[in-house]
Design a protein around this ligand. Sequence first.
Ligand code: SF4
Length: 63
Amino acid sequence: MDALIMKDDIAVRDIQRCIGCGLCISVCPTEALRLELREGALVPPFDRREFREAMVSSLQRAG
Ligand code: SF4
């Protein structure tokens, strides 16, 4: 994504390019990175069960 750029030896994230995948966190050697939930952002389902429940709930709301 080229969302991280270096400025004076500090990694800076370009929020327009970052998709929040978290890969940079898993490879950061100093564990200096973390993801924070954006206000109003939807939390993706944790597993298939939660996904199925979300789909059923959405379909029930839609009628
Ligand atoms: S969360 Fe993903 S897209 Fe965003 S900076 Fe890290 S690796 Fe790049």
